[in-house]
Write a protein that binds this ligand. Structure first.
Ligand SMILES: Cc1cc2nc3c(=O)[nH]c(=O)nc-3n(C[C@H](O)[C@H](O)[C@H](O)COP(=O)(O)OP(=O)(O)OC[C@H]3O[C@@H](n4cnc5c(N)ncnc54)[C@H](O)[C@@H]3O)c2cc1C
Length: 593
């Protein structure tokens, strides 16, 4: 790869060969592939592998035996206390807490793998465990003082205390900064907390809440607090009656003149938004892992159904339109899995800038499992529609994944704008450099020549970033697609920024195209790396993995061509006008009578 990158490479720390300061996804916007952060495909730590072997078997035994009860929990919309107690006894609340505090100290990669296993049985179970670890108490792990960690982690590890994450309010969903819940500083240094949070996972069973509140006036900044459920003034509403993940507890949580001691501020006062985003970014691989586990279960169900069911005297597994669905489910699952565990590895290796990759893994995995649930139900057809079979529950359960922990729309905008921000900074550096040539010639010419080199590469394709690793010929063809469209992405970002400047934020249709190209490129690179690893390690299934890499890259290329062409030739204005018209009327205005 090229040595010049969007972020300072001199400072780049390394873990093995990993460049922990660099984001692979953001560098794609400069036409550059940070090869060191993609190859070789990361492997699970030996200690995690051993523990996972035992845990996945125990989970299968326990949840396998409970299959009928899990259906009943979905029907009544609740997990009984005895069931939660059994989850505690299996150590499922202490997965990522350090051994010194009584936890299992699994890596993020191993944690995501545990959630994959629980999700292959029931999503509500994953949510109870996941909301506790991924978001509920993650703030204490990431930002807690030693004293806070010593006070809370042991009971969080045993599950005696279950945690929940309280950000969303009636007026603050995607716009998390619009939180109105308020904490007022008291003379003795404590805080008085007032407000109501909605749709809080584990809200009804938690003993500890990570709460985000405004701390300096109505337009002030957010601060994170650790709030105990037992304190005076803390209450929660009844379980919400939901479409899916019905057994998982979702409630409102209200705070009425709750006195929070100064030592329960989490992180710095006024830095709550940063705390919330860090928790959500760090927790996204848990959701991705769950989605992969769910997809594996769907593939098992769909293949069994396709082999068993005969129509026209033929198992439906022999029909092309059924086989196409099964192949696509496998491609999607492999791609999601390769991406989720790559991102988990970044987190475990101390990478500093992985938020775009984490967003990509969440968007791709959550979209993929919804496609898989739709297609598996279609293969089961009438049976799939009946409550007697698991497909309708899985379809209901997976629907939430593109809504919470950042909607997929918001995350797509985030992916596009985060990447373009760095390109925009380079463009304004360029503008400044023209002035600097006279004031500070050395600095000015430095920026100019660096940028000119990039532009030259991008416009000519000469010096296109090439993955230097020696690849199997079939994987080389896959790599060429990714190399070529990485350059095309950088050209498209450059074009949009030159045309719209900061106003690019007003062009969401374009941002979506850029995000989708970035997703295809990053996921494609993860697939390539994994297939390369499987070939090198002579995995018995390596051939199929290479086929998947070839198929993914060809499908991705078609999508990328369409998206990139759409940047120049589109009907965005007409679509927007039509939407405006329909929204204004508030209905579909035509009829045939
Ligand atoms: C079952 C469940 C569990 C949950 N658990 C928790 C929890 O534990 N803790 C917690 O704090 N929250 C939780 N939430 C809340 C969840 O995170 C929010 O629902 C989510 O952030 C979206 O907010 P919203 O539902 O208010 O949608 P809105 O923000 O109102 O969005 C509505 C639609 O508009 C789109 N949209 C919004 N803004 C933009 C924009 N700028 N550009 C383009 N499109 C936009 C969205 O993508 C969406 O399609 C949970 C929600 C559910 C349903």
């Amino acid at each position: 790869m090229n040595t010049e990158t969007s972020q300072s490479t001199d400072k780049a720390e390394t873990v093995g060969k990993l460049r922990t300061e660099l984001s692979v996804a953001k560098n794609l916007f400069f036409g550059e592939i940070v090869e060191e952060n993609l190859f070789p495909y990361p492997q699970m730590r030996e200690r995690d592998r051993e523990m996972l072997g035992m845990m996945t078997d125990a989970i299968d035994r326990f949840l396998g035996d409970q299959a009928a009860d899990l259906v009943e929990m979905d029907r009544i919309g609740e997990q009984p206390e005895e069931f939660i107690q059994a989850l505690r006894e299996m150590g499922l609340f202490g997965l990522i807490i350090g051994e010194t505090h009584g936890g299992l100290e699994l890596s993020n990669a191993a944690y995501a793998r545990v959630l994959a296993q629980t999700s292959s049985h029931d999503s509500s179970v994953s949510l109870t465990i996941g909301a506790h670890s991924s978001i509920g108490m993650k703030g204490i792990l990431l930002f807690g003082t030693e004293e806070q960690q010593a006070r809370y982690l042991p009971s969080l590890a045993s599950g005696e205390t279950i945690a929940a994450f309280c950000l969303t309010e009636a007026g603050a969903g995607s716009d998390a900064a619009a939180v109105r819940c308020k904490a007022t500083l008291q003379e003795d240094g404590s805080w008085l907390l007032n407000g109501e949070k909605i749709w809080i996972t584990n809200g009804g069973i938690a003993g500890l809440y990570t709460v985000f509140a405004r701390t300096d006036g109505p337009e002030g900044k957010l601060t994170a607090f650790i709030v105990e459920a037992g304190w005076e003034g803390v209450s929660h509403g009844p379980h919400e009656d939901k479409m899916g993940i019905r057994a998982s507890s979702t409630t409102t949580v209200a705070f009425s003149d709750v006195r929070v001691p100064a030592e329960n501020v989490l992180g710095e006062v006024g830095k709550g938004f940063k705390v919330a985003m860090a928790i959500l970014n760090n927790g996204r691989t848990g959701l991705g892992g769950g989605a992969v586990g769910g997809m594996k279960a769907l593939i098992k169900l769909a293949t069994a159904q396709a082999k068993d069911r005969k129509q026209f005297d033929t198992p439906i597994a022999e029909f092309g339109l059924v086989r196409e669905k099964i192949a696509q489910m496998a491609i999607d699952c492999f791609a999601a899995e390769s991406t989720v565990w790559m991102v988990a590895h970044y987190i475990d290796s101390g990478c500093k800038d992985y938020s775009v990759e984490a967003a990509i893994s969440k968007v791709f995995a959550s979209d993929a499992i919804q496609r898989a649930a739709h297609e598996a139900l279609q293969i089961a057809a009438g049976n799939g529609f009946m409550k007697e079979f698991p497909y309708e529950k899985i379809t209901r359960d997976t629907r939430i994944l593109s809504i919470f922990e950042g909607t997929n729309e918001i995350l797509r905008l985030y992916i596009a704008l985060s990447g373009m921000k760095d390109v925009g900074a380079t463009l304004s550096d360029l503008k400044n450099a023209v002035g600097d040539i006279f004031n500070n010639p050395i600095k000015g010419f430095g920026v100019l020549s660096a940028y000119a080199e990039r532009r030259f590469r991008a416009s000519t394709g000469i010096g296109t970033d090439r993955i230097e690793r020696e690849l199997d010929p079939r994987l080389r063809a896959v790599a060429e697609v990714l190399e070529r469209y990485t350059v095309e992405l950088s050209k498209a970002a450059d074009l949009l920024l030159r045309k719209h400047g900061k106003k690019i934020t007003d062009y969401q249709y374009q941002q979506k195209r850029i995000a989708d190209v970035t997703i295809d490129l990053y996921v494609g690179l993860c697939v390539l790396s994994r297939a390369d690893h499987l070939l090198r390690s002579q995995d018995p299934e390596a051939e199929a993995a290479v086929q998947i890499a070839e198929l993914f890259s060809k499908q991705a290329r078609r999508r990328m061509v369409r998206n990139l062409r759409g940047i120049r030739h589109n009907e965005d204005a007409t679509l927007d006008a039509l939407a405006g018209r329909i929204i204004e009327r508030g209905k579909y205005v035509w009829d045939v009578i």
